[in-house]
Design a protein around this ligand. Sequence first.
Ligand code: AMP
Length: 215
Amino acid sequence: MIGQPGAGKGTQARLLSDKCNYPQISTGDLLRNIVSSDSPMAHELRETMNSGRLVDDGILASLLSERTSQADCQGGYILDGYPRNLHQAQTLEDLAASQAKSVVLISFSLDEDVLLKRITGRRTCTRCGEIYNIFSRPPAVEGYCDIDGAPLARRGDDSETVVRERLAAYRNSTAPLIAYYRDTSRLIEVDAGQPVDQVQKRIIEILGSLPGQSA
Ligand code: AMP
């Protein structure tokens, strides 16, 4: 799944993961895990991510190959936030071929002004990762997760300045992937302005209609 920051790919990836029983692999979460550790790589990654730029392709390639070789990925997996440029798309094609899998790209897009508002309202559970929005999907108790009661937090890269950088990275590096996948008929385009359940219904319908699929 690819999309601008705040377009809802994380939310949809979680829903689809529950429905299909494929693990959701968020490359942003994998990187944030490293950043929160005390490893030598953490400092450099933190700087790149806090500026809104893309992390080096080689780092992503090894994270991905390691994560997708785990047992829970055998039947398939949902990538949330990968690939983000043409080089990564090629890496994914090679990896998928070596795993006898095929890639379908689900692309989310939405007007940038709407996204900015969405992102500034976004809050994430510090324990389970559930995503809320103070404007459109507030938790029952302000500041705390409905599922496990843990505190909610705002991501460090969700400030307006950084979001503008992330939108530019999407426009320049990620959006060109849409044409690449459209040419091979492996693209599902989603209007991310629709309500969450409608977006999910559409994704599941289209996935189910692809040859050899039963989502
Ligand atoms: P996300 O949680 O998907 O919004 O990602 C947060 C940040 O992690 C991005 O702004 C990038 O700095 C980095 N990141 C996540 N996925 C990738 C990727 N596939 N390629 C490069 N950088 C990534």
